[in-house]
Design a protein around this ligand. Structure first.
Ligand SMILES: *Cc1c(COP(=O)(O)O)cnc(C)c1O
Length: 386
């Protein structure tokens, strides 16, 4: 039976606890960054084993700060993946740096270290891998390349709340690492982000994130604080509010429940799609733990009479929401024009883009709903098989 109600792609999963926590903050005097934000940072730091953590109003803000801190500018290059959200590349443009793309592994859709190596020059300032879909990039290889080339590594962990390389959490290393709490991410605060990394760099980021002032509001207006401050650099306005942090703290306390529910949905999909004739799920590698941010499949277009866009339309007709992650960076008009890229410049990304879609996945979904998705996918494959 097709669904009678639309199944959204990835709605947030909030409980009464988050709602109560926000109401409690509204009854205090601290709406902006204050005690809740401090607590959110400390809890996140403890959970991931990070050296230091800084709450920000988005992951994009954190990526921008990382570019500023690592002095990316006109004569420098940042190597990143075409298969990412535009923000990853946009921040390089914001500081007038140059985006250099390294193509992906066609099975994992993660940036390929061999492609990075080919593109390293004296101007390479930062390597910026993305832990695509929640699966960690090959950090040992990437860290080694950066070290040999005198470059920094900045990790875009927007998908990657609670993923591990071996026994180490993403965010616990020496690279500046950015997490996102945007509405559809694994853990949400509506809008928000977290930077982790070495203490000295995160301290500098803290100042830049609040106008470049030497003292935050909490240190100026709380008891024992002082109004005095200096502005040694013109900074930005990237701090997270206590309202958002209160949501984040509850989401962190529910983390195991959220992750377990997500895993159940993934298991339904894995069972149904293993060895499938018409589609290929994303490959994950041994030794890495993924947080399953996205469930991405690639269609075997040779075995179907419809293309990817039509497949998504067919899902919508069956009341299933789907999405595509992502239109590769080089296929967006700004980047194509500035750098003279064609789709074939990064063939693995272009090929994956043509056949990829992301099926509904969230902690809110039930296994019955996952079963509906499987049924719709099978129905479409039968109807449109070549
Ligand atoms: C969501 C996302 C971002 C941006 O996160 P915001 O918190 O919305 O700024 C950056 N990179 C990737 C890969 C993302 O998915």
């Amino acid at each position: 039976m097709p669904r009678s109600e639309f199944l959204p792609f990835s709605p947030p999963y909030l409980s009464e606890k988050e709602i109560e926590a926000v109401a409690a903050v509204l009854r205090t005097d601290w709406l902006s960054s204050g005690p809740k934000t401090k607590e959110f940072e400390n809890t996140f730091k403890t959970m991931t084993g990070a050296h230091a953590a800084l709450a920000l109003n988005s992951a994009t803000a954190g990526l921008h700060l990382a570019m500023v801190l690592h002095k990316v500018g006109p004569d420098t290059e940042v190597i990143t993946t075409p298969m990412t959200f535009c923000a990853t590349a946009n921040v390089v443009e914001h500081v007038r740096g140059n985006v250099v793309l390294a193509d992906i592994d066609p099975e994992t859709l993660l940036i390929d270290p061999k492609e990075i190596e080919k593109r390293m020059t004296k101007r390479t300032r930062v390597i910026l891998p993305v832990h695509y879909a929640g699966h960690p990039a090959d950090m040992d290889a990437i860290n080694a390349l950066a070290k040999s080339g005198g470059a920094f590594v900045v990790e875009d962990a927007a998908h990657c709340m609670a993923s591990k390389v071996g026994e180490r959490w993403i965010g616990a290393g020496d690279n500046l690492t950015m997490f996102s709490f945007y509405a559809n991410k694994n853990l949400t605060t509506g809008e928000g982000g977290m930077m982790t990394g070495p203490e000295a760099l995160v301290d500098e980021a803290r100042m830049l994130a609040l106008h470049g002032m030497s003292r935050g509001a909490y240190n100026r207006f709380a008891k024992g604080g002082t109004w005095k401050y200096d502005v040694p650099v013109p900074g930005y306005k990237y701090n997270l509010t206590d309202i958002a942090s209160a949501i984040g703290l509850v989401q962190l306390s529910r983390w195991e429940e959220l992750a377990a529910r997500r895993l159940k949905i993934v298991e339904v999909y894995e069972k149904a799609f293993k060895g499938h004739k018409h589609l290929v799920p994303l490959k994950t590698r041994a030794g890495f733990t993924t947080c399953h941010h996205l469930y991405v499949i690639q269609l075997n277009l040779d075995t179907l009479t419809i293309d990817r866009d039509q497949f998504i339309e067919q899902l919508a007709e069956r009341n299933i929401g789907a999405s595509v992650h992502y239109r590769p960076i080089h296929m967006n008009s700004y980047y194509a024009k500035k750098y003279g890229w064609t789709p074939e410049s990064f063939p693995n990304s272009a090929r994956a883009f043509e056949r990829m879609l992301s099926l509904p996945l969230s902690s809110r979904m039930t296994e019955t709903e996952a079963g509906d998705v499987v049924e719709a996918v099978e129905d479409i494959c039968v109807k449109f098989k070549r």
